[in-house]
Design a protein around this ligand. Sequence first.
Ligand code: DP6
Length: 331
Amino acid sequence: MKKATVEAPANIALIKYWGALDLDEVLPLNPSLSMTLRACATRTTVEPLAGDRDEVWLVAESGAFQDPGEDFAGKVRAQLDRVRSWAGSRQCFRVGTRNSFPSAAGMASSASGFAALTLAAAAALGRADTDRGELSALTRRSGSGSAARSVFGGYVQWPVDPSGEYSAPVAESDHWDLRDVIAVVEEGPKEVSSREGHRRAITSPYFARRLEELVERYVQVQMAIYHRDFAALVPLIEEEAIDLHLIAMSSRPPIFYWNPATLAVHQAVRGLRRDGVPAGFTMDAGANVHVLCEPAAEEETARRLAAVPGVLSVIRDGVGPGPLFDLPHLF
Ligand code: DP6
């Protein structure tokens, strides 16, 4: 038993997880493929504690402890219970966590948060050396399927097994240095959760067609990554992002994540391409736009996105090596 700190990054899906075979078991209806980020990350310290109750804190930059509220703390405790039962332990913990990105920026923190928590709790229980695929399955049980992909760096698939439980890398981060310039156009949590989106996906009359088309699109994205073919990747990820939102908008009842600035950013990306700057967008279930590009195009992409009316901030990120262990503790 020891105090352990892990930093896990967020990820952006190129092929999205949207629609579940089993929402409670967190098993998807289709395979997804993402790029693990570097800058947007959650650092979590887990310290063994005497007693029978976990303490959960947000740790400010100043080191001050802040109460995260019962909803957040309850989800953390539920995941600690899963890790304890997996490890056959009854140990309680003090948990402190901090995001590297402003939580008000509307960036999804559940993937990085649950990956950091699960890996840090496993490390605190002396199980850091467990097969990473097994840890991805344990992370997935948090309820955030995308978190299963954040336990690896580079380009990651989930699932990679017929049971749907495990994720695995398809390429390391140094295979292809892609950047992600995130145009933040909405702050705060989204109105409809991903969980609810997964539940409604199958009510869209276009969902069956999506699953059919995904088979080919998935292979094409894998090939584009393998060949580092950015020109081939762009139309695929844009089609995929639009398809995710098409399903959301045509679900019953419909879900609208876009706002007017979302469309303005899409237009700016097409403008960049017209001006010879290769860039392509993708999106999660929210209004913010992730604009991917190669390093030579990053500067101009960031400059142009920052000037789009309605863009509140621009976060510059890129593919990264995955979770980091043995970092300085938060407390
Ligand atoms: C649109 O159920 O993993 O981002 O728990 O909110 O992280 P959170 O969502 P999750 O669904 C992710 C939905 C998605 C696509 C994706 O990341 O694959």
